[in-house]
Ligand binder design. Structure first.
Ligand SMILES: [Zn+2]
Length: 285
């Protein structure tokens, strides 16, 4: 299964589609507190292939794409990664593949959409498997959290997992999400995308400094929280276990915030970008 859909009949959000934009074998899923450089150099085992998920949300005011997946260019273009030691580290941390039916164009076409139908893009973070395939979006707003965009201003964004030579591509503008003081338990800041409370962007830092999640609320269906790489497995997140990628203290603080939100919204479904069970959870009644 590479796609799943949750449809509703009431409210501005008509459907939420999960799509698969490539596959990844990360090395570190269940964090043990090991420093990233150490496991990058020493770990010999790889996880099974996991999906790279993105989400297409049909809202009455537009078609929103949350994350843009892994680009097939990462496999065909020899210059996609930095050279030297840094490129070697990139290749050691995760492996990717993008089968032909998992390109962004193919996955949208299977839903009856074309690239030009997308009206808004939001990026959970700027790592390549969440912010690839941005080239077509020269005329639509593309949002990322301010703290994530700040990485592009650093002298070596690549050290933070951001391929700044490619993100953003020429002609594409990534706009900082204008977070304002929020009303959701656990989250002092948020941004309500259409001002109707149905699609709310939340800062969920830790995996990267500006990681963010999208809360989807519908009157007749379970709320959804698209968390990107805050966790690879929501069951681990509920136990307070986070991957050894990012800043551990911040990751644990985000886990606490999400737990507070879950108390407020008991039927909340957390959908992680590399969770092989996320599409089933999305489609469940
Ligand atoms: Zn990822």
């Amino acid at each position: 299964m590479t796609r799943a859909t949750s449809t509703t009949t009431a409210g501005p959000v008509r459907a939420v589609h999960g799509i698969t934009l490539g596959e990844v074998r990360p090395k570190n899923i269940e964090g043990t507190g090991t420093p990233m450089l150490w496991w990058t150099l020493t770990a010999r085992t790889w996880s099974p292939w996991l999906p790279v998920l993105a989400f297409v949300i049909e809202h009455e005011r537009g078609l929103v794409l949350f994350d843009t997946g892994e680009s097939p260019d990462s496999l065909s273009d020899k210059n996609y990664y930095p050279g030297g030691m840094l490129g070697w580290v990139y290749r050691r941390q995760a492996r990717f593949r993008v089968p032909a039916e998992q390109t962004l164009t193919a996955q949208l076409a299977a839903l009856g959409y074309a690239l030009g139908d997308i009206t808004h893009v939001a990026l959970s973070h700027l790592h390549q498997d969440h912010a690839g395939n941005l080239e077509p979006f020269t005329n639509v707003p593309v949002y990322a959290a301010p703290a994530e965009l700040a990485l592009l201003e650093q002298s070596t964004p690549e050290l933070h997992g951001v391929l700044a030579r490619r993100i953003p591509p020429p002609g594409v503008t990534v706009t900082a999400v204008p977070f304002t003081s929020g009303v959701l338990p656990g989250f002092p800041e948020s941004h309500d995308l259409f001002g109707d409370g149905t699609l709310v962007l939340l800062p969920t830092p830790g995996h990267s400094p500006g990681s963010m999640s999208l809360l989807i609320r519908r009157p007749d269906a379970a709320p959804l929280l698209l968390v990107g790489d805050v966790t690879y497995d929501p069951a681990l997140l509920r136990r307070g276990i986070v991957p050894d990628v990012g800043d551990r203290a911040t990751q644990l603080e985000t886990a606490t915030r999400i737990a507070l939100l879950q108390q407020h919204l008991p039927t909340l479904r957390i959908l992680a970008a590399h969770d092989p069970h996320a599409l089933t959870a999305l489609a469940a009644p």
